[in-house]
Each structure stands twice: as C-alpha cells, then as structure tokens.
Design a protein around this ligand. Structure first.
Ligand SMILES: [Zn+2]
Length: 269
C-alpha cells in the first residue's frame, strides 16, 4: 500500500509535470471511483488548466482553474504520465492533455478520483477531516495532538484523522527507533518521548521520500522507489536479532493489525 513517502513523491512529480497543462478530455473506465456521475465529472474538469499539486496524507490534491481533482490510490496503483500512444494496459481513468500527453491512473483494488469545486475541499467528507501531514509534524504539534488523547500509541499514530500519512509499512521502525512500545498508553508518555517520536516520524518518512519511496510502488515515470526491504530495521523481521541489542524481534497483536518490536529496546513499562 502506498504511504506518505510514495504519495508525496508522486505529488511532487505531478506538481512539476502537470502544471499549466490543459485537460482536453477524460475517459472513465471505473465510474465507481468518482463522487458524481461520469458526465458531471467530465463537464467539471474538461477544459481546466492545471495549477499546483500537493498531497495531504494519502490524498493527492490538484488545483485547477475550475476547482480540484482529488486522487487517492487506495491499496495501490499507478499515476503515470505517458503519450496517448503508449498507454499502459491497466488503467481506470485517463486525463488527456491538449499537448497529446495524458495522465493514466490505475487502482490495483479500489481508489478515488473526486471533484471538489473551488473552496469546497475542507467540506470534502474524507479530505476535509484529515489530520496534519506526518512529514510536517513538529514536536510541539505532536504534543498538541496527543494532549487529552487516550488509548494506545500505535492506534493513534495510524488514525489518518489524527495524523495523515503513517501506515503499516513504516510504523514498526518508527516506534523501534523512538524506543516506544506500540501499546504504550498515550497519557503515560513523557515530554521527551513525544519530542523524540516527532523527530523520528519526520526522519523515517523523509529518508524514504529521498529514496523515491518504497520499491513496490512506481512514480509518474514508471520507475520504482529506492526504499527496499534492506532499509527496514525490525518491521516484518520476526525472530531475527534486534539490530541494536540482538534480542529476537517479536510479533504481537496490536488491535486489528500486527506489530513488530524488540522487547528489550521497547519495554511496555
Ligand atoms: Zn533491541
């Protein structure tokens, strides 16, 4: 599943490659991914000139002179910029541009391509309630977000409405480097632990972003990211020695997902 580094990388490339292009046509092969009938979606964005693109968590927001295109690749997919003559076999949505290039979007499972009129992004039922981008998190902001929160740390960090962009691929190593057990109760965290956590979240995601994201996702050119399994410290490495202390890494149930920890480096109490 694409996470913040991969989506941020896509948004940076789309910002650079789509700006000033005019949408001359839209082909929709999966109407279910839209938030309106196909005709209305096409009418809203055909003829629009594209401005800036950025992301908020796993949503990619492209501003145009006729409102917003909001994309979410869901469990994964591709957003490729190609010539009409070299479209990939798998695609759910094609945006044609006046210069002959197109943006071909594929969802492996299910994704969203929504339209929001100017000024309506904050009212969008999914994008509007997202928390701040994990890459923009400062220690002070994280402290604010955690103050008054209850429950356990990992569940909180994965809640996109609290912080947008941390998912299962990066969470294990983030908690390991921060020396925090995933089931730690939020009210028991010290100020120093929160400060370290904020810095570790930023560094972990930034480090993957600088490598172009995870190697199982592709960018707008179709190139794979450079963050591979070799860069993972303890995530999905059950039974292998902790890279810091040698204790075997344990897998544990954390709510509806699994967690990986070094029981010596990340004590629960
Ligand atoms: Zn350890």
């Amino acid at each position: 599943m694409p996470e913040l580094p991969e989506i941020t990388n896509l948004a940076i490339q789309l910002n650079r490659r789509l700006a000033d292009r005019r949408i001359s046509g839209i082909e929709v092969l999966q109407p279910k991914c839209l938030n309106m009938p196909v005709d209305d979606f096409q009418a809203a964005l055909t003829g629009a000139t594209i401005g800036d693109t950025h992301n908020r968590g796993k949503w990619i927001l492209t501003h145009t002179d006729r409102g917003w295109l909001l994309l979410n690749l869901g469990m994964g997919g591709e957003a490729l910029i190609v010539d009409r003559s070299s479209l990939p076999e798998k695609r759910r949505l094609i945006f044609d541009f006046a210069d002959g290039a197109c943006l071909s979007v594929n969802f492996w499972w299910f994704g969203y391509a929504h339209y929001a009129p100017e000024g309506a992004v904050e009212a969008h039922p999914m994008v509007g309630k997202l928390g701040p981008n994990a890459l923009d998190l400062t220690p002070a902001r994280l402290k604010d977000l955690l103050s008054g929160a209850r429950g356990t740390l990992k569940t909180f960090l994965l809640d996109q409405d609290k912080i947008a962009g941390i998912g299962n691929s990066y969470i294990h190593d983030i908690l390991f480097v921060a020396k925090l057990h995933p089931l730690r109760k939020i009210p028991g965290l010290t100020e120093a632990e929160i400060e370290t956590l904020a810095l570790v979240i930023h560094d972990a995601l930034k480090s993957s972003l600088e490598k172009g994201g995870a190697s199982y996702e592709v960018d707008t050119y179709g190139n794979k990211g450079g963050f591979t399994a070799d860069h993972i410290l303890i995530g999905y490495r059950e039974g292998q020695p902790c890279p810091k202390c040698g204790t075997p890494i344990e897998k544990l149930k954390t709510g509806s997902t699994s967690g990986f920890i070094c029981p010596a480096c990340q004590p629960l109490s």
